[in-house]
Design a protein around this ligand. Structure first.
Ligand code: ATP
Ligand code: MG
Ligand code: MG
Ligand code: MG
Length: 478
């Protein structure tokens, strides 16, 4: 079943059950406390917290999400993307646990001919919070799940709150058993790697008012909320990978074409070498995230969202380099991602010229950075190894950053590949000193403030300066 079809069925299922279909919000989080939209509930925060009255009692959406927290997992697990889509249904003081369980069960196990997803009910497991007997009872009574496939987990996995005083409550998660070839028996309680029992859907029951919230697991329940809410999130890519009979979310219809094109460019066969496979999956994931982020108006930069985007694009380019491709790669890969995604997001096609210009310029800038900084990096590594202390100093990392624009994570990654460590604390201290100096300068110059608009105008008229001096005038090899 194609990803676009799963998305359509999800929305239809909940629309038929009285939910208002709400289009995805931007990846640039509508909630000012977050850089990116990290879950389907983010656009609904004002209604879930009761800050604003909900304009509808029930809603459903397929929300574009970015989770940079998962970047290290990408390509290594089967299930983590930096970009992914979260299908959700929401009840604002309307139905509660019974309704949430029933709606979810009907969709997951409903026959394909009737609009369902057709999962085998015998391979579904769920978890509930330790003392949440109501939820356990609902799964048994409504879904007919045997009690040994309803497991109990603690706050770390099965409790939700915003991280601050306010609403919170237990959650219940739905898992699909991929089979004994992916791990031992025993359900999600045992399979902490999550390879065999794949988490597909989280149902959050917002039911309590919390106070003294100090951490994920340290808080106090003061009482029941006057209006209880439901917030759910189902991973569209995870469901797609199961229903498409592939091994992971990077092999689904919306992602695999980029992976295949990357393999073709690198002249490697996907599935033969673990390390190369991970790199190809990283490429496929990051190219798509870059496409979606630029599509939502993010541009590469040195901080905040722009920095994350820059990191994703550069990591994709570097992964292709490590696969042996030295030529520009985004012009080959980005259009493939656009073609795979534009059935669900037609604006990617109409806006592609702008998106491509931003992405290709970033790759060019990075290629220049790499070609000028790599020599310095190699020398530093050689020196460190020769000195018998396989560590780059904070000064060396700082100089790479300051002079050659090497982001610290590129230095860290390249160092790790060479079996060399980096004095990151030393690097950070030098960065801080630089910031302090800049601040002091700014204070001193407060009276003669610079009009940055003038520079912006120049940039708009003439484009960025191609600064060649480091390539052409460099006299020493440090
Ligand atoms: P996991 O334990 O696998 O990291 P999670 O518990 O962090 O997932 P939730 O915060 O519960 O995920 O998000 C709801 C749903 O969104 C998950 O059940 C999953 O299907 C999907 N999801 C979460 N993170 C990702 C990701 N990085 N890539 C793809 N899908 C994801
Ligand atoms: Mg997670
Ligand atoms: Mg989880
Ligand atoms: Mg979860």
């Amino acid at each position: 079943m194609q990803t676009a079809e799963i998305r359509r069925r999800f929305l239809q299922h909940f629309e038929q059950r009285g939910h208002t279909v709400v289009p995805s919000a931007s990846l640039v989080s509508p909630d000012p406390s977050l850089l990116f939209t990290v879950a389907g509930m983010v656009p609904f925060i004002p209604y879930l917290t009761g800050r604003e009255p909900a304009p509808f009692p029930r809603a459903t959406s397929v929300q574009k999400c970015v989770r940079t927290l998962d970047i290290e997992e990408v390509g290594k697990t089967t299930r983590h993307g930096t970009f992914f889509q979260m299908n959700g249904n929401f009840s604002f003081g309307d139905y509660f646990k019974d309704g949430a369980v029933q709606h979810a069960w009907e969709l997951v196990t409903g026959a394909v001919a009737d609009g369902g997803l057709g999962f085998d009910p015998d391979r579904i497991w769920v978890t509930v919070y330790l003392d949440d007997d109501e939820a356990a009872d609902a799964w048994h009574r409504i879904a007919g799940l045997p009690k040994d496939r309803i497991q109990r987990l603690g706050k770390k996995d099965n409790y939700w709150h915003t991280g601050a005083d306010g609403p919170g409550g237990p959650c219940s998660e739905i898992y699909f058993d991929r089979g004994p070839e992916f791990g031992p028996d025993g359900g999600p309680l045992v399979d902490t790697a999550g390879d065999r029992f794949l988490e597909i859907w989280n149902l959050v029951f917002m039911q309590y008012e919390l106070t003294d919230v100090r951490s994920k697991e340290d808080f106090r329940v003061v009482g029941e909320l006057p209006k209880k809410n439901i917030d759910t999130g189902m991973g569209l890519e995870r469901v797609a990978y199961l229903l498409q009979g592939v091994d992971n979310m990077y092999e689904i219809d919306e992602v695999a074409p980029v992976l295949r094109r990357g393999a073709e460019l690198a002249g490697v066969t996907y599935g033969k070498d673990h390390e190369a496979d991970v790199r190809l999956r990283v490429v496929a994931d990051h190219v798509r995230s870059g496409l979606m982020l630029i599509g939502d108006g993010v541009t590469p930069g040195n901080e905040g969202r722009g920095y994350i985007l820059r990191r994703l694009l550069r990591r994709a380019v570097r992964s292709m380099r490590l696969l042996g491709v030295d030529t520009a790669t985004l012009p080959e890969l980005l259009p493939v991602s656009r073609d795979a995604m534009s059935a669900s997001y037609p604006e990617l096609a109409t806006d592609f010229d702008r998106i491509a210009a931003v992405a290709y310029a970033e790759e060019e800038a990075f290629r220049r950075t790499l070609s000028s900084g790599t020599a310095l990096f190699d020398t530093a590594v050689r020196e460190a190894k020769a000195a018998g202390t396989p560590a780059l100093s904070g000064e060396q990392a700082f100089s790479l950053h300051d002079t050659y624009g090497f982001p610290i994570d590129v230095t860290l990654e390249m160092a790790a590949e060479q079996g060399v460590t980096v004095d990151e604390a030393g690097f950070r201290a030098l960065m801080q000193q630089q910031r302090d100096r800049a601040r002091a300068d700014a204070r001193a110059k407060r009276t003669g403030s610079v009009d940055v608009l003038a520079y912006r105008r120049l940039l708009a008229e003439h484009g960025p300066t191609d600064w060649r001096a480091y390539d052409t005038l460099r006299t020493d090899s440090r």
